[in-house]
Design a protein around this ligand. Structure first.
Ligand code: ADP
Ligand code: MG
Ligand code: MG
Ligand code: MG
Ligand code: MG
Length: 737
């Protein structure tokens, strides 16, 4: 998550006078880059994925699971090993490790991006397995690193050892401790500055899943909450005045009271973690969002036009793929009434002032707001973490794009006027200027004292500062600046990053979804598909994607005709479903006035509908025929496409559906939506085993078997020389003596 500068980050109060400076120079830095690289032509496809991992410790005796705050230690060990064992001729078999928000997290990418051959598609799963193997090789015996989006007990009970009883100065959270934030100063400052700009803690409320006894549980909780003083927040802007957690006076409640007994049966300290807002899972810190793990893929485009074209089309696909990869049914010890992570993260980094959110009037803004973007009062409908806000393609290969963007950009795009004027005056076209100026309605959140005054010709820190904290479903990435001294780094062109997918339990699934997106992006380009639907419908699809079982039970707005039509006249009265002249000349509506989109299930989106919409998977197959994909690769791709088809039809569940089922079938589950420590322990243990290939899971994967990661000769195992403890040594020796 972003570049880690070494330096001293400024507190919000000290950053205020520099915000405008950074935004103004950020635009200049963008302009320098833009004019330097806008004419790049003929770049080849290079692409890569990013996987994020959480490290947890399991105690099988007490059946508990906790965060292991060893992210940095593990990261440094892994980086160090990659460096020391680096061999230029084997760089494709190496991994790149980077820090992540949580002190229990790490992120990894392939060291060298994948290339544009079919054989590169076979590298993906191997690379992911290698990353998992290396990560596992540096964990302690009681640690696991299953690829789950969220730690199910974050903020509940003793979710971290040793437990804490203090509201920390950084997150000021009633639930989580500052120690769980990555110790690099960037992350703490980001957290503190988001909530300081907002003027209060972030406020995340996710509806609780309603199970048979959930109502009773909520009533018990309400009774408990009514009788007990809750810990309260400190002064959001103060680093010192934070109160002690749990030190507020409490009424004694007789231990025999029935609700209390019911509550504490689930967890010894459960009564203390009652939800303050009945019916909702309440979370109040950035860690609840940015502590989640996801799967991202980035594609290099041949030129700027193609990167913009892909941005739009991947933007349309992002809610669909979010729903299909759903993997987040549990938050803070409860089953949620949603399946995906997105809205939780959006709320967890929502730094908008009350005025920007529209809950306070502009005249109530304090004077210091005038130093902020939009004077801190410009109405902003979305958080910094959101779906895309505009389609940005204006051309392809110098020709006019077939998109009628004015029709599809039907949602207002708030943008920073000053940035927009500067961009327009310096040769940037209207819609791209709006896109960049839209990013610049946000303030930079972390400024480093040592990096305020920069040469805009060579540095891009200020631009990247704002760009990298606009977390949208797709990110359009200009090439990085030329590096100063040293050997020339490999060329990096215009890239488009697809960011909505949830991480899956196995590398097989993560590879399947990554490769699928790589292929879909090729199909879009090669077959010149048109996926546009109005942006308001993309927004609606994002909301739909959150619903439980959206992958199989909901319908999404999707375009009926993806390819230019082969007839030029509509002959049918029922043309709103059958017309093949719909997108003729890219009229947004067909000649009978019907819209160019309709609602489809994800199964229809993937597999086709009627005689007019072919489906993404058949299109991928047609493309693979067209390029004469080699047989070995094709056999692997068939497995990937079969998984995706089965997830779409519901023949196999999403990870979210599978986890929800696991919880509801657990003997410890009281059908009240509470995920107890024992359930969380067993779930994580099971997920780890599935990911490591030691526990087959046909319910999730069908007939696919995951080869064990550990002890597999295909993966490089370090020849350790660290001393083995005596018990382990005798155990090992006994096998042979
Ligand atoms: P960020 O965290 O900013 O999104 P990362 O560096 O973590 O970026 O990940 C970028 C991904 O892009 C990696 O998978 C990497 O392999 C891939 N990548 C690297 N170089 C290129 C390139 N020239 N074109 C496309 N993808 C690339
Ligand atoms: Mg990341
Ligand atoms: Mg990354
Ligand atoms: Mg990142
Ligand atoms: Mg990324």
């Amino acid at each position: 998550m972003g570049l880690l500068v070494v330096g001293t980050p400024l507190r919000w109060e000290d950053a205020l006078p520099w915000l405008h400076h950074v935004r103004r120079n950020g635009i200049q830095q963008f302009l320098e880059t833009y004019h330097r690289v806008k004419d790049i032509r003929g770049d080849v496809l290079k692409w890569g994925d990013e996987l994020e991992y959480g490290i947890f410790e399991l105690d099988p005796e007490t059946k508990t699971a906790r965060l292991s705050l060893r992210g940095s230690e593990v990261l440094h060990e892994l980086m160090d090993k990659e460096e020391r064992f680096h061999r230029a001729d084997h760089a494709e078999e190496e991994c790149n490790w980077v820090p992540e928000y949580g002190a229990w997290m790490v992120e990894a990418t392939p060291r060298v991006p994948y290339g544009g051959f079919t054989s590169d598609l076979r590298r993906v799963e191997q690379s992911m397995r290698l990353r998992r193997a290396r990560l596992l090789s540096v964990l302690k015996p009681n640690e696991i690193a299953p690829t789950v989006t969220a730690f199910p007990l974050l903020g509940v009970g003793d979710y971290v050892a040793p437990p804490v009883n203090r509201v920390g100065p950084i997150a000021n959270s009633l639930y989580i401790d500052d120690r769980i934030i990555n110790p690099h100063p960037r992350f703490g400052t980001l957290t503190a500055n988001i909530r300081t700009r907002r003027t209060e803690n972030v406020d995340i409320r996710v509806p609780i899943f309603k199970d048979v006894h959930t109502k009773q549980m909520l009533e018990d909780e309400a009774a408990w909450v009514a009788e007990h003083a809750r810990p309260t927040y400190g002064d959001a802007t103060s680093a010192i005045k934070s109160p002690q957690r749990g030190n507020s006076p409490k009424k004694e409640v007789a231990p025999s009271s029935e609700p209390l007994q019911r509550l504490t049966r689930r967890h010894p300290s459960f009564a203390e973690s009652c939800e303050p807002h009945p019916g909702f899972i309440h979370m109040d810190a950035m860690a609840f969002g940015m502590g989640m793990c996801c799967l991202q893929v980035t594609f290099q485009a041949k030129n700027i036009g193609e990167s913009r074209h892909l941005y739009d089309h991947l933007g349309v696909l992002s809610p669909i793929m979010l729903a299909l990869t759903a993997a987040t049914p549990i938050l803070k010890g409860r089953l949620a009434d949603t399946d995906v992570r997105w809205a939780t993260i959006a709320a967890s980094v929502d730094d908008r002032t009350p005025q920007e959110r529209g809950v306070a009037s502009a005249d109530s803004a304090p004077a210091s707001y005038s130093q902020m973007a939009g004077d801190g009062v410009k109405r902003l409908p979305k958080s910094r973490y959101e779906g895309i806000s505009a389609f940005i393609c204006n051309h392809k290969d110098g020709e006019d794009c077939h998109a009628n963007l004015d029709h599809y950009n039907n949602v207002e795009i708030p943008y920073d006027e000053e940035s927009y004027e500067t961009l327009r005056a310096n040769g940037v076209d209207d819609i791209l200027a709006k896109h960049i100026a839209h990013l610049f309605i946000r303030d930079p959140l972390v400024l480093f004292e040592q990096r305020l005054h920069l040469d805009n010709k060579t540095a891009t820190d200020h631009f990247e500062n704002i760009q990298s904290t606009n977390w949208q479903t797709v990110r359009w990435k200009p090439p990085p600046p030329p590096s100063g001294d040293g050997p020339a780094p490999p060329h990096i062109g215009w890239r488009t990053e697809f960011r909505s997918m949830e991480i899956q339990l196995t590398d097989f699934e993560n590879a399947a979804f990554s490769v699928f997106m790589a292929l879909v992006s090729r199909v879009i380009l090669a077959f010149d598909l048109n996926l546009y639907v109005p942006l308001s419908k993309v927004n609606a699809n994002m909301e739909i994607a959150h619903r439980v079982n959206a992958a199989t039970e909901e319908v999404f707005y999707f375009r009926r005709h993806l390819a230019p039509p082969d007839v030029d006249e509509c002959h049918r009265a029922d043309c709103h479903v059958q017309c093949s002249a719909t997108c003729l000349d890219d009229a947004a509506k067909c000649i009978h006035g019907a819209e160019s989109f309709e609602t489809m299930t994800i199964a229809e989106i993937m597999l086709g509908k009627g005689c007019y919409y072919p489906g993404l998977i058949p299109l991928v197959n047609a493309y693979l025929d067209h390029i004469q994909c080699d047989d070995t690769t094709r056999r692997l791709l068939d497995k990937y496409l079969a998984l995706i088809a089965k997830r779409a039809t519901g023949e196999l569940p999403t990870a979210a559906a599978w986890m929800r089922r696991f919880v509801r079938a657990h003997p410890d589950y009281a059908h009240d939506s509470v995920v107890t420590p024992a359930i969380a322990h067993d779930l994580l243990d099971t997920c780890a085993k599935i990911g490591e290939g030691t526990l087959p899971c046909p319910e999730l994967l069908g007939d696919v078997r995951i080869e064990p990661i550990r002890g597999n000769t295909a993966y490089q195992v370090p020849l350790k020389s660290e001393s083995v403890d005596t018990a382990k040594r005798s155990e090992l020796l006994q096998r042979y003596v």
